[in-house]
Design a protein around this ligand. Structure first.
Ligand code: SF4
Length: 238
């Protein structure tokens, strides 16, 4: 549970830091809620535990069972960063599946409290239409990409990939039987085959402006404590 504690510290410190930006995102605004969201195992476990606490086993199992299949992301965030830091030319093609996210119901997120970081980071300073793009604050994208790297580092050697695929892959673990009951075994096998493995942090890709914007957020995260140790110590393997 130490990883879950660190994940929630990252979410909380991010929420505090992100209050400086004026965003227009509101409930029922579902433009970015597609099948393309990626995450880690530690974020998936958080969602599955929430579903059990809320009595959403049947609803989530059926939603995952009926979700459309989508092509997997080509590389993890840390694999992409490692290639860039090694000077490799890399332009991965990201799948663009606009099918709705499986946990969207009546235009609302049913797991909003525990939504993964990829959903939290997606903000816009202007209303975006279904065919429009979000407008993010200057230097913001670089900072939140670095946080994605940190969360991948936290979940290293575990699954990394599309949110629905990770949830499907995890439901056969002990404790989630009431969710797995509603999912076809072949759906789980296919989802597992689309997943990548989370990698350790190879370094960040921040430019000077992004590093200055990121500094207070990283300081707040690294100096927070979980189980009597700082997050920085834990993430460094201490
Ligand atoms: S998890 Fe929630 S916030 Fe994220 S894409 Fe799905 S419905 Fe939207």
């Amino acid at each position: 549970m130490q990883k879950a504690a660190i994940l929630n510290i990252i979410y909380d410190r991010y929420d505090e830091w992100a209050r400086q930006f004026a965003v227009v995102c509101r409930p029922s605004c579902r433009t970015c809620c597609t099948r393309n969201v990626t995450m880690t195992t530690v974020e998936g476990e958080e969602i599955l535990r929430y579903a059990l606490r809320q009595g959403l086993e049947k609803w989530l199992g059926e939603a995952l069972n009926s979700t459309v299949e989508t092509a997997p992301p080509p590389v993890t965030t840390n694999q992409f960063a490692a290639a860039c830091l090694a000077g490799q030319e890399i332009e991965p093609e990201w799948p663009a599946n606009q099918a709705p996210c499986p946990v969207l119901a009546d235009d609302l997120c049913r797991i909003y409290t525990v939504r993964p970081f990829a959903c939290r980071l997606f903000v816009s300073s202007q209303r975006c239409r279904l065919d429009g793009a979000a407008v993010m604050p200057a230097a913001y994208t670089g900072v939140v990409s670095a946080i994605c790297q940190l969360i991948e580092h936290l979940g290293q050697r575990q699954y990394w990939g599309n949110m629905a695929d990770i949830l499907l892959a995890l439901v056969t673990r002990p404790g989630y039987e009431k969710i797995a009951y509603f999912v076809a075994p072949e759906k789980i096998t296919a989802a597992r085959n689309r997943l990548l493995v989370a990698e350790p942090l190879p370094g960040f890709l921040l430019d000077e402006r992004e590093a200055a914007l990121a500094a207070p957020l990283f300081n707040a995260i690294f100096h927070s404590e979980a189980g009597g140790k700082t997050v920085e110590t834990i993430l460094n393997g201490g």
